[in-house]
Design a protein around this ligand. Structure first.
Ligand code: G3P
Ligand code: CA
Length: 229
């Protein structure tokens, strides 16, 4: 079976990452799922921003955790990538899009140090309020554990960057190795989530190894590649 195609921050090669334009394009290109990173604002809202600070992806400066949602909303998150003006994307707005399209969301909590368990509590509360199919991911085993205790029915991914242990903690549903780790372990891949897969050789590797979910910045090209090979 072909891997499911997960749009990494949306169709983020062609549109500014974590904007509705990027996710809209990903859906039009046939993505099966949408990946996003979430961080807590100063006043407790989850917004889709990858970096700790907004400097790279907006016309503003500073840490997400030092800014309120209203302060973030004064900035544009589209122009840096040559896109249309785009407000900061809240998780709730992205959930709305996913609901409209019946698409699964892959939500990554970004190394929740400053607010600790508050990130998982807020995420669980948001998912309790909205009926959406979600998978929750983190590089932090503590974060995944905390979330699973709050929402045992939501599948989890533990992301791996440096080492990929053979066994998974019982509260983890899928291993999430980077593609560089998948290349290094020729006997593995069945049923895993891997990221970020943009090269044709890696797309073929994922298909041959039985990867379940493949996160890519180019969902359209990935779908074409899988269909043609
Ligand atoms: O999908 C997992 C992947 O997104 C982890 O890396 O830095 O792109 O969030 P990063
Ligand atoms: Ca991510």
């Amino acid at each position: 079976m072909s891997p499911e195609i997960v749009a990494h921050r949306g169709a983020s090669t062609r549109r500014p990452e974590h904007t509705l334009a990027a996710y809209d394009l990903a859906l039009r290109q046939g993505a099966d799922g949408l990946e996003c990173d979430v961080r807590l604002t100063k006043d407790g809202h989850l917004v889709c921003v990858h970096d700790r600070v907004i400097d790279r992806t907006s016309d503003g400066h500073g840490k997400v955790s030092d800014l309120t949602l209203a302060e973030l909303q004064r900035h544009d998150f589209g122009a840096w990538h040559g896109g249309e003006p785009s407000p900061v994307l809240t998780l709730e707005a992205l959930i709305g899009l996913a609901q409209d399209h019946g698409t699964r969301l892959f939500v990554e909590t970004k190394h929740p140090v400053r607010y600790g368990a508050q990130v998982e509590r807020t995420l669980a509360a948001v998912l309790n309020r909205h009926a959406v199919e979600a998978v929750v991911m983190s590089f932090s085993v503590f974060a995944v554990h905390r979330f699973k205790k709050l929402k045992p029915d939501v599948p989890t991914v533990l992301l791996y960057d440096r080492l990929w242990p053979r066994t998974l903690p019982r509260f983890v549903d899928y291993a999430g190795p980077g593609i560089h780790l998948l290349r290094r372990h020729p006997d593995r891949g069945q049923g895993v989530y891997t990221w970020t897969v943009n090269e044709p050789a890696d797309i073929a590797l994922c298909r041959d190894r039985g990867v379940r979910f493949l996160a890519t910045d180019n969902p359209g090209e990935t779908r074409e590649h899988l269909a043609a090979n």
